[in-house]
Design a protein around this ligand. Structure first.
Ligand code: NAD
Length: 354
């Protein structure tokens, strides 16, 4: 039986395919934009300049200063530069950090964002923004920060290192997993989630075997698009809460933290989410225990499987468990302090999910 649901489609345009970066100028022009500021991370300054060159006279400059979690100082510099250059929009090229910077400018000035994603994080599909000030990250939802147009060109992901490809891919899978059991799940979102997990689980081993394999890169980015759309449409639960807390308090790296925690969070929630487990089982080739299958996939692909190897001390388990249960949030299984502490300890030690 179809359970009652509500679903709001987010207004945006997606252009997908190898070589689609060449279509960026027409996407920018179609939005009526004549002077866009290009935003990227320092490590991708060359990519930023390539994008600016492709835009020609529509480019107002390149700011290669995006950093993880959008520090307010960087956001202010981007906002001032955009105003000073008379920019009427931004093109954010890169991972969640660059796209997050574009969202910060949109939030302050209402300038439209065109996103050109080069990881699998999925920020380009969501109206969620984040800003970090004095070590504290604030997040919120605002329709103004949702990119108007997203250009997915798998050729831009060929340089994504294997390890980052895997952890970023599992970060995407995490959006789908939590979307499947979200309080605001719906049939269309569940279809996207199942297909997104299937595509990523199939593509990531091929990406690791050959990072320049265009078919594998295309399928991985297709999966990341679907999983990002799930993130944008639903409310995340225990897994995202834990990763947010671990990142915010211990400064653990975003995508590897998601990779380590996901099998454990899924194992915790599985008894209360049978339909999600059934969908994930189908997506993972009939796996009887999707949490265990994800843990084994991470191991096979050489990804980190313990929070200890990401730099977390065993003593931090209790502190993070306290924080993770401090405010109530939707989750299919009741979140208890002892349950979270046991989950975190297993993830810290690198044990299989139980
Ligand atoms: P990132 O954007 O910080 O990128 C990681 C590193 O990889 C950077 O040095 C970047 O320059 C490099 N890189 C990216 N693409 C590359 C490529 N194709 N080739 C070579 N190097 C490349 O990391 P991320 O995991 O994409 O994003 C994480 C951030 O995004 C976090 O701050 C997270 O909170 C945020 N995020 C936000 C949302 C949202 O909806 N608001 C969703 C997901 C993630």
């Amino acid at each position: 039986m179809i359970a009652p649901f509500a679903y709001t489609a987010l207004p945006m345009r997606v252009v997908f395919g190898p070589g689609s970066l060449a279509r960026l100028p027409e996407e920018v022009a179609a939005l009526g934009l004549g002077r866009v500021l290009v935003l990227c991370s320092p490590e991708q300054a060359d990519t930023g300049r390539t994008v600016a060159d492709a835009l020609g006279e529509r480019a107002a400059g390149v700011l290669p200063e995006a950093r993880m979690h959008v520090p307010v100082e960087v956001a202010s510099r981007a906002q001032e530069l955009a105003r000073g250059a008379g920019a009427d929009g931004c093109v954010a090229v890169g991972g969640g950090s660059a796209i997050g910077l574009g969202k910060a400018v949109a939030l302050a000035h209402g300038l439209p964002v065109v996103a050109v994603p080069t990881t699998y994080a999925g920020s380009e599909m969501t109206p969620i923004w984040g800003l970090t000030e004095a070590g504290a990250k604030r997040t919120g939802r605002d329709p103004r920060v949702l990119p108007r147009s997203v250009v997915y060109d798998p050729e831009l992901t060929l340089t994504l290192p294997p390890q980052l490809s895997v952890t970023s891919g599992v970060n995407a899978v995490a959006h789908a997993v939590e979307g499947l059991y979200a309080p605001d799940a719906s049939p269309i979102v569940s279809l996207m989630a199942e297909e997104g997990v299937r595509a990523l689980a199939a593509a990531l081993p091929a990406v690791v075997a050959d990072g320049a394999d265009p078919a594998a890169r295309g399928e991985a980015q297709y999966g990341a698009w679907l999983c990002g759309a799930v993130l944008g449409a639903t409310t995340m639960g225990l897994h995202h809460k834990l990763c947010h807390t671990l990142g915010g308090t211990l400064d653990l790296p975003h995508a590897p933290t998601h990779t380590v925690v996901l099998p454990h969070a899924l194992a915790y929630n599985a008894p209360a989410a049978p339909r999600a487990v059934a969908a994930l089982s189908r997506a993972l080739g009939g796996a009887s225990d999707p949490a265990r299958a994800l843990w084994e996939l991470a191991g096979r692909l050489g990804a980190p499987r313990s929070l200890a190897e990401l730099g977390m001390a065993e003593d931090d388990v209790a502190r993070v468990a306290d924080l993770a249960v401090a405010d109530p949030y939707a989750n299919p299984r009741p979140v208890t302090r002892d349950g979270v502490a046991a989950l975190l300890h297993a993830a810290w030690a690198g044990e299989p999910p139980a």
